[in-house]
Design a protein around this ligand. Structure first.
Ligand code: MOS
Length: 724
C-alpha cells in the first residue's frame, strides 16, 4: 500500500525527525477509504464462519453437518474428516516459541477430532454469503466424548515446569536466605495477574484472493506480512513467492497478530479445497479463544537495608500455558536488570491448563513481571518506612544488574525527577489513608517501567523519480502505531524534501525485508534502513550535480540518471556485541480516588515520564504511551477473563462483560519524553515506544490504591469487591 500525505503542510519545509506530524493515512482511515483485511473485494468470494467446540477437553464423537449442507447458500463444511491434507498436518508438536517469537505455524486445526480447549474451531462453514455461513454454522451438531479438564492456574501449579529454552534465565546468585535474615526490612508476598485478552478494534480477518493461476493474494490482519507469508507457505507446502501477503492497514493488534490468527489457516484451507476466494473473520467472541496474556502468579521475597538498598531479590513466577503448545515469556529478568542485587534468585516456569495457547500481549513478560514486582517494591518501601520513589532512586543503576554491562543511555533518574516535579510528588503524605478529596480517599502511587530497545534485520529501498517524488519501500507494518508517518518524515528529513513529495509503500510481503511490528523494534529498525537508503539517494544526487543539491533540482537530476530515476537500498542488522545494554525506561505516577463507602476507584491523573532515546514523532509516540497507560489502567482495575471452570469456558467473552477503560474512565494523562541522547542504541538513536507505556502503569495505580485505602490488594485487577 502506498501512502502519500493527505493534507500537506502549507509551507514546504521538510518535517524531519522530531516533528509532531499528524498521521499521513489519517484521512484515509477516518473516511473509510483505508481497506482492512476483511474489506478487500474478490470475484466469486465465499465466506467462512468457524464453528467452535463447546467442551474444554475430549474428542468429537460425531459431527452432523446435514442441516448445514441443506442451508441455502452453504457450499461446503470443512471438518477433520474432509479437509485437504497439507504439510501442516505433519508438523511436529511445538515445545516452545523460537527466538523470533512464535514465528511458526500454530498447532494444526481440524486435525483429528481431539478437543484441547473450549472454543477450538471444529469446522468451517463456507457459503455464498456471510449470513448463510453464519446460519449454517448454527446448524452443525457436534457430539463429544469428554475428558476431565482444568482451567485454573492454581490447580495446575503441581505440574509446573521450566521449558529448556528458559532454564538459563533462572539465576541463583549470592545467598538470598542469609540476606533476608539480616535485612532491615523484608517482604514475602505472592502477587497475581488474571488472564487478559487483546481486544483490538479490528477482529482477526483474512481474505484469500484465488487468482486461478497458482498465485494467491492473502489480505490478512497481522503484524508482519513476510512472517505470515513464511508461515502460510510452510503450512500449506506452497512456494513462498506464490503467496503475496498484504496487511495494508491493521486496526490494532498488541501482539495478537505476531503470528496469523486461525482464520488465516482456515481461509487458506477452504480456498485450496474449493479453488475459490474465501474470507474468514473472527467474531468478537472468537477473539477470546484466539490468544491471551497468560494468568500469572509471582512469589517475591525482597529485602533491603535501612537506606532502602536491595539486599535480596527472590522472584518465583509461573504463567499459565496451554497443554496443546507451550508459550513462555520473560517475567523475572527485568527487575534484576533494573535493580542490581547481590543476592538473587530468579525462577520462572509454566503450568499447563486446558486453554488455547497464550501469546504475546503488549510488553509480554514485562507487563506482568515488572508490574507485579513494582507492587512488591512499594510494599517493601512501606515495610522500611520510606518513600517509594526514594527506594527506586537508591536502587537506580547505570549498569544492567544481570549482565553488569553499562546502558547505551539511561535517563531514568531524570525521568523520576522530572515526573515527580511535574506530578507534585513532594506534596504527598506518606501514611496510607492520609489524603482526602471530598468524600473520597485519595492516593498517589508510582512505579518504574523498563523494556528492551531492539534493532532487528530490516531493509528499505528509496526511489527518486523525474517528478521529484521520493518513494520509500519496506515490508513494514503499521498496526496503528504510525509507521507510515514516521517513515515519511524520516525520508523527507533525510533529503530535505517537503512531505507531499514523499510516498511510503509498506504492508506487502514482496517489499524489502522487514521484521514484524513487535518488540517495539519497528521505528528503530526500518526507520534506520529508510534513513540509510535516502542518504544513498542524497550521495548519488550530489555526485550527479557535483555539489550540494536543493529539493527543486532533484527531479531534473533524476531525469539525467540512467533509467530516469535514482535508486538506493539499505539494510540494518542487530548491533554486534558491544558490551552495552539497551533498554527504555519510564517513571509512572498515578493518582486514584476511592469512594469510601462504595469502593469505586477513579484515576484522575496518570503521568508517564519516558526515556526512550530519540523520538521521531512526538505526537504518534505520545499516542503509543497513552495507549499503554490506558491498557495499564485496564490491567490494574478491570481486565480479566472470567471462566466457568466447570465448563472450562470464558464467560465474559464480549466487550460488555470483559471490561476495558472507556472514555469516562480516562481523565488527565500526561506523557513527557525526557531528553536522552543516544548514539549507540540504534543507528538513529531511536529506542521504540510501543510497549514501555504499559510497564509500570498498572503498578503505579495499584500502589496508589494502597496509599488511598491502606489495603494491599495483591491480585490484579483490583475490582471494587476486593476493597470491601
Ligand atoms: Mo508486541 S506484544 O511485541 O506486538
Amino acid at each position: 500500500m502506498t501512502q502519500a500525505a493527505e493534507h500537506p503542510g502549507r509551507n514546504s519545509t521538510s518535517p524531519g525527525i522530531g516533528t509532531p506530524l499528524n498521521r499521513i493515512e489519517g484521512v484515509a482511515k477516518v473516511t473509510g477509504q483505508a481497506r482492512y483485511a476483511a474489506e478487500h473485494p474478490a470475484e466469486g468470494l465465499l465466506y467462512g464462519v468457524a464453528v467452535c467446540a463447546g467442551i474444554a477437553r475430549g474428542r468429537i464423537r460425531s459431527l452432523d453437518t446435514a442441516g448445514t449442507l441443506n442451508t441455502p447458500g452453504v457450499v461446503q463444511v470443512l471438518t477433520h474428516e474432509n479437509r485437504p491434507h497439507v504439510p501442516w498436518y505433519e508438523a511436529p508438536a511445538h515445545d516452545d516459541d523460537d527466538a523470533a517469537g512464535n514465528a511458526k505455524p500454530p498447532v494444526p486445526l481440524l486435525l483429528d477430532g481431539a478437543i484441547m480447549y473450549s472454543g477450538q474451531p471444529i469446522a468451517l462453514v463456507v457459503a455464498e454469503t456471510f449470513e448463510a455461513a453464519r446460519r449454517g454454522a448454527m446448524q452443525v451438531e457436534a457430539a463429544y466424548d469428554t475428558l476431565p479438564h482444568n482451567t485454573m492456574l492454581g490447580s495446575a501449579l503441581a505440574q509446573r515446569f521450566t521449558p529448556a529454552a528458559k532454564a538459563q534465565g533462572n539465576i541463583v546468585r549470592g545467598d538470598t536466605q542469609a540476606a533476608l535474615d539480616d535485612a532491615a526490612a523484608r517482604i514475602d508476598s505472592r502477587y497475581e495477574l488474571a488472564m487478559e485478552h487483546h481486544n483490538p478494534m479490528e477482529m482477526h480477518a483474512t481474505t484469500v484472493q484465488w487468482h486461478g493461476d497458482g498465485r494467491l493474494t492473502v489480505h490478512d490482519k497481522n503484524q508482519g506480512s513476510q512472517n505470515a507469508q513464511r508461515q502460510l507457505a510452510q503450512a500449506f507446502g506452497l512456494e513462498p513467492d506464490s503467496i503475496m501477503v498484504a496487511n495494508h492497514h491493521v486496526g490494532g493488534a498488541f501482539g495478537s497478530g505476531l503470528r496469523p490468527g486461525y482464520q488465516a489457516y482456515l481461509a487458506m484451507l477452504a480456498a485450496l479445497m474449493l479453488k475459490r476466494s474465501v474470507r474468514v473473520v473472527m467474531t468478537r467472541q472468537q477473539m477470546f479463544t484466539h490468544v491471551h496474556r497468560p494468568a500469572a502468579t509471582q512469589e517475591m521475597r525482597l529485602a533491603c537495608d535501612t537506606r532502602g538498598k536491595l539486599q535480596a531479590m527472590e522472584v518465583i513466577a509461573t504463567t499459565s500455558t496451554a497443554r496443546i503448545e507451550t508459550y513462555t515469556e520473560n517475567l523475572v529478568k527485568w527487575g534484576a536488570i533494573a535493580y542490581p542485587c547481590d543476592n538473587l534468585r530468579l525462577d520462572y516456569a509454566v503450568a499447563p491448563i486446558d486453554t488455547p495457547t497464550p501469546g504475546n500481549m503488549r510488553a509480554p513478560g514485562a507487563a506482568t513481571g515488572v508490574n507485579l514486582l513494582e507492587m512488591a517494591l512499594d510494599e517493601l518501601a512501606y515495610a522500611n518506612g520510606m518513600d517509594p520513589l526514594a527506594l527506586r532512586l537508591v536502587n537506580c543503576s547505570d549498569v544492567d544488574g544481570i549482565s553488569g554491562l553499562p546502558f547505551t543511555s539511561k535517563a531514568l533518574k531524570k525521568a523520576y525527577e522530572t515526573g515527580a516535579e511535574r506530578f507534585g510528588w513532594h506534596r504527598r503524605s506518606h501514611e496510607p489513608r492520609s489524603m482526602r478529596n471530598g468524600m473520597e480517599l485519595s492516593g498517589w502511587g508510582m512505579a518504574t517501567g523498563i523494556w528492551e530497545a531492539l534493532v532487528l534485520h530490516a531493509s528499505a529501498t528509496a526511489t527518486l523519480d523525474t517528478q521529484g517524488i521520493l518513494t520509500v519501500r519496506s515490508a513494514a507494518s503499521d498496526i496503528g502505531t504510525g509507521t507510515y508517518t514516521i517513515m515519511a518524515q524520516i525520508a523527507a528529513g533525510a533529503l530535505g524534501l517537503p512531505l507531499e513529495r514523499v510516498r511510503v509503500e509498506i504492508g506487502e510481503s514482496p517489499l524489502p525485508d522487514s521484521p514484524f511490528a513487535g518488540g517495539s523494534a519497528m521505528a528503530a529498525s526500518v526507520g534506520a534502513a529508510v534513513h540509510r537508503a535516502c542518504k544513498g539517494i542524497a550521495r548519488q544526487l550530489s555526485e550527479l550535480a557535483g555539489g550540494p543539491v536543493g529539493s527543486n533540482d532533484m527531479a531534473k537530476l533524476a531525469a539525467r540518471a540512467p533509467g530516469g530515476r535514482i535508486e538506493a537500498s539499505a539494510t540494518v542488522d542487530p548491533p554486534q556485541e558491544d558490551g552495552k545494554a539497551r533498554n527504555t525506561h519510564s517513571a509512572v505516577f498515578a493518582e486514584v480516588c476511592v469512594d469510601e463507602r462504595l469502593s469505586v476507584i477513579r484515576v484522575p491523573r496518570l503521568l508517564a515520564c519516558v526515556a526512550a532515546g530519540r523520538i521521531i514523532n512526538p505526537k504518534t509516540a505520545r499516542s503509543q504511551v497513552l495507549g499503554g497507560l490506558v491498557m495499564g489502567m485496564g490491567m490494574a482495575l478491570q481486565e480479566e477473563a472470567l471462566f466457568d471452570h466447570r465448563l472450562g469456558r470464558i464467560m465474559n467473552h464480549n466487550l460488555a462483560e470483559y471490561h476495558v477503560p472507556c472514555h469516562a474512565d480516562v481523565h488527565d494523562m500526561e506523557v513527557i519524553f525526557v531528553d536522552e541522547p543516544d548514539g549507540l542504541a540504534s543507528p538513529l538513536g531511536v529506542k521504540g515506544v510501543g510497549e514501555i507505556g504499559i510497564v509500570g502503569a498498572a503498578a503505579a495505580i495499584a500502589n496508589a490504591v494502597h496509599h488511598a485505602t491502606g489495603k494491599r490488594i495483591r491480585t490484579l485487577p483490583i475490582t471494587l469487591d476486593k476493597l470491601l
